[in-house]
Design a protein around this ligand. Structure first.
Ligand SMILES: Nc1ncnc2c1ncn2[C@@H]1O[C@H](COP(=O)(O)OP(=O)(O)OP(=O)(O)O)[C@@H](O)[C@H]1O
Length: 271
């Protein structure tokens, strides 16, 4: 049995859609409390499916976990409704930065706190905390979300999730379609949140360079199977990871260029 320091256990999970399409066939990893774990892999590797299984959202997409177990705080997630998991502190930001475009940034944030009980003073306190982590949202608090940038919408989606006061924040591809500097801002804020509040974070990313820079541990998925897990710092150094997931050949010359900034990508290393 994993100890109390493990908040999430994913053990040999197999999943299908429509009882026909196999999306996962053997995904395992553990997330320790207070850590950031990055789930890496190419398009279609099974990252989103894994995250949806964690939040028990697969049935909503005619999907299902066929075998294996996922335990959040020791409890089997398949026995709990997604809303109950949110109330228990497991909150997911789905891919695609979903915001209510016709509401202001602040109204979007407040909507994230609706499910929980809380007095106005508490809500204001939580809003202030979110503005401290994402100062750009404070500047745009009265702007309609539909008129804010992609990065600000992603920050709003994360901020709205934070209004539920999560213990485990699950993020699906927060970097998608955003400029490298904005991606940096978002990951820096996530790291700060993690360090200062102890929030555990599970983040699926195709942008392996950024994810490995900020995560404590990482798991690599290939065709629905977890093929590699370890400390992010160690994975960053592995030639095979550098070659296949950081977009570099395993040549000594290119290895030297790993984290040098380039004009198109402030990380230097492309995904
Ligand atoms: N709603 C769905 N119905 C049927 N098949 C699906 C559905 N969602 C995903 N799949 C399939 O499951 C497999 C895993 O997809 P998934 O979206 O989990 O991968 P991913 O690693 O998140 O990729 P991406 O980065 O492109 O989102 C793929 O073969 C995909 O086509």
């Amino acid at each position: 049995m994993p100890g109390n320091d493990v908040i999430l256990v994913v053990d040999n999970v197999h999943a299908t859609y429509n009882h026909a399409i196999t999306a996962l066939h053997g995904v395992s990893f553990e997330l320790r409390r207070g850590e950031i774990l990055a789930l890496l892999g190419a398009n279609g590797a099974g990252k989103s499916t894994t995250l949806k299984a964690v939040s028990n959202l697969l049935p909503a997409e005619r999907g299902q976990t066929n075998s294996g177990t996922i335990r959040y705080e020791g409890a089997d997630v398949s026995r709990r409704k997604p809303g109950d998991l949110v109330r228990a502190g497991l909150v997911q930001v789905l891919e695609g930065r979903h915001c209510f475009k016709s509401l202001t940034v602040e109204e979007n944030l407040i909507s994230g706190g609706i499910g929980r009980s809380g007095r106005r003073a508490e809500i204001n306190q939580d809003l202030q905390r979110i503005y401290d982590f994402f100062p750009r949202l404070a500047e745009k608090r009265r702007t309609l979300s539909g008129l804010t940038s992609g990065g600000e919408q992603q920050m709003t989606a994360i901020g709205r999730a934070l209004m539920s006061r999560p213990c485990l924040l699950v993020l699906d591809e927060p970097s998608m379609g955003l400029a490298p500097l904005v991606v940096q801002d978002i990951f820096l804020a996530l790291k700060k949140l993690n360090r200062e509040t102890g929030l555990s974070i599970l983040v699926a990313e195709q942008n392996s360079a950024v994810a490995l820079k900020y995560a404590d541990h990482a798991t690599v998925l290939e065709n629905g199977v977890s093929v590699l897990s370890g400390p992010a710092a160690e994975l960053r150094q592995r030639e095979d990871v550098r070659a296949f997931y950081l977009g570099q050949q395993a040549s000594p010359l290119l290895s030297l260029l790993t984290f040098m900034p380039s004009p198109n990508n402030s990380e230097g290393a492309m995904k």
